[in-house]
Write a protein that binds this ligand. Structure first.
Ligand code: AVI
Length: 318
């Protein structure tokens, strides 16, 4: 079975330090959102998904619950289902329950240990489907494992509106890599967050209980703890707003005072009010996303949308 080697902790720390120093040296300053998800960040994200204001998770789940049988039929019989950023594979179960004679399920995730724990559980629950976990960063090239039974085709499942966290050009590159991975006859089932009332959007990313703020600022705690950096985390605040022109929520960490971050002898001065960019979350129309996907060789086949038109799950084919 093919497995991507897991980078050792020290090289992960080196990469984190490199990216933080590069981002804080840039103008405007930025920190990559992929570093949100340490243990505490992942727990905070789980809490976000339960918030009243954060409609995305429950709406997508409701779409899956209602239409999974139709989705299974669209994906077709004998598929290898490949999930990008599978995490706990919670949303996948409803899909696995409705796929027609699936050959294999390939959860792809960067978190090796969690991935294999989830895979063991899935093997117990779905003995008829070969479970072939791949530890990989799906934004980098990886190969599909060989299954015991040859699949008729591959279908990538990419739920959660994670595609929204990529800038359009990077989203297109990622979609192109999905086209290349699946090849002719392949497909993509993807969750996208739809453009909607600006207040609904902004509340989802700046909730009353401050969970999203804690999630965003946790990045500074990580830098302080893991890189032994000097940071006055309490002197920063969470900022989130909808940029209409770019059709995206923009998330920043704002310095409330003039101050300095110190990491291993390097200093990063911040002005009062200076913002560090941490995340974009793009919002699409179905047509807009279909045009983006078409540039990456994927054609829109079916879409499923909730009654309030908050979220969409799309099936696209190569
Ligand atoms: C993971 N991703 C789809 C979330 C989103 O809605 O863009 C990340 C998030 N950031 C703040 N709240 C949620």
């Amino acid at each position: 079975m093919f497995k991507t080697a897991r980078p050792p902790a020290s090289s992960q720390r080196r990469a984190f330090k490199h990216d933080v120093i590069e981002g804080l040296s840039d103008f405007p300053k930025r920190l990559p959102c992929k570093y949100f998800y340490d243990k505490r960040g992942s727990a905070l994200f789980d809490q976000i998904c339960e918030l009243d204001e954060y409609y995305l998770t429950r709406t997508e789940q409701a779409i899956m619950d209602r239409y999974a049988a139709e989705m299974g039929a669209q994906i077709g019989a004998g598929a290898m289902l490949v999930e990008y950023g599978s995490g706990s594979s919670v949303k996948t179960r409803i899909l696995l329950d409705h796929l027609i004679d699936p050959v294999a399920y390939v959860p792809v995730d960067i978190s090796h240990r969690h991935l294999h724990q989830v895979a063991d559980q899935l093997r117990d629950d779905y003995p008829q489907i070969e479970i072939l976990p791949v530890t990989a960063d799906f934004t980098r090239p990886f190969s599909l494992p060989r299954s015991r039974v040859a699949p008729t085709h591959s279908a990538v499942y990419f739920p959660g509106s994670t595609i929204g966290n990529f800038e359009p050009l990077h989203a297109e590159i990622l979609l192109q890599s999905i086209t290349d991975l699946c090849g002719c006859g392949g497909g993509l089932l993807i969750g996208i967050d739809l453009v909607k009332d600006v207040h609904v959007l902004e509340r989802a990313y700046d909730d009353a209980a401050g969970v999203t703020a804690a999630f965003n600022l946790n990045l500074l705690h990580r830098i302080a703890n893991e890189l032994d950096a000097e940071i006055d985390v309490d002197a920063f605040e969470h900022v989130a707003f909808f940029n209409q022109d770019a059709s995206r929520i923009e998330i920043y960490i704002r310095s409330m005072t003039e101050q300095v971050i110190r990491i291993d002898g390097e200093t990063f001065p911040l002005r009062r009010g200076e913002m560090i960019h941490t995340e974009y979350s793009h919002k699409y129309t179905v047509d807009g996303f279909a045009q983006l996907a078409a540039r990456a060789g994927l054609e829109l086949h079916r879409s499923w949308i909730d009654d309030d038109r908050l979220f969409a799950v799309l099936h696209l084919v190569v």
